[in-house]
Design a protein around this ligand. Structure first.
Ligand code: SAH
Length: 188
């Protein structure tokens, strides 16, 4: 985390607050997570240099940049297209060539690049998305906040022998995981 210039990932007017241990607004009603939480969640994943990691909720791109320093490839999905575009441009400008960003609904994961050694979800759904469990490698770990907007728990999921072990790690507060509208069947 000391390598990643956090001030580049926050709006210009908040640059002087970039190293305070709190979340900051990044536009579109979204936030860059508090550094303590980025550190804590990253540690829970026990990232290895050969890992391929999926992130749901690119936001500013900061968490993706932190992971990029530790693992082989980072795949990150952001539902707010302008945020995805901004993070992608910034990450490439800063030389984080192993981060791949796409705009879309992360609920479905990124099947083309699955399975992943680790999955980190940085927006809270009300249940663990089944596609993400499927896309986790045997022996893989997922860290995910689950719950309503007022009361969420951070869970660690580990896949062993095809079974999922789910452990509540800590109470947290993330922005909700929003969903792309399902396509309606065409009216006659
Ligand atoms: N990891 C980010 C902080 C994420 S804030 C960082 O380091 O800055 C959570 C982000 O999740 C927001 O940008 C929000 O737009 C995004 N998000 C919410 N629902 C999503 C979904 N279904 N798929 C992908 N991204 C989603």
């Amino acid at each position: 985390m000391t390598k990643v210039p956090r001030e580049k990932f926050v709006p210009a007017e908040l640059r002087s607050s970039a190293y305070e241990d709190r979340p900051l607004p990044i536009g579109y009603g979204q936030t860059i997570s508090q550094p303590f939480l980025v550190d804590f969640m990253t540690e829970q994943l026990r990232p290895k240099a050969t890992d391929r990691v999926l992130e749901i909720g690119t936001g500013s791109g900061y968490q993706a940049a932190v992971l990029s320093e530790l693992v082989a490839e980072v795949y990150s999905i952001e539902i707010v297209r302008p945020l995805a575009q901004r993070a992608e441009a910034l990450l490439s400008e800063l030389g984080y060539g192993n981060v791949h960003v796409k705009a879309g609904d992360g609920y479905h994961g990124w099947p083309e690049h699955a399975p992943f050694d680790a999955i980190i979800v940085t927006a809270a759904p009300d249940h663990v998305p089944a596609p993400l469990v499927e896309q986790l490698k045997e022996g893989g770990r997922m860290i995910i906040p689950v719950g309503e907007s007022t009361a969420q728990d951070l869970y660690l999921l580990e896949k062993r022998g095809g079974q999922i072990k789910q452990t509540a790690v800590s109470p947290v507060r993330f922005v909700p995981l929003t969903r792309e509208r399902e396509e309606k069947p065409a009216d006659q």
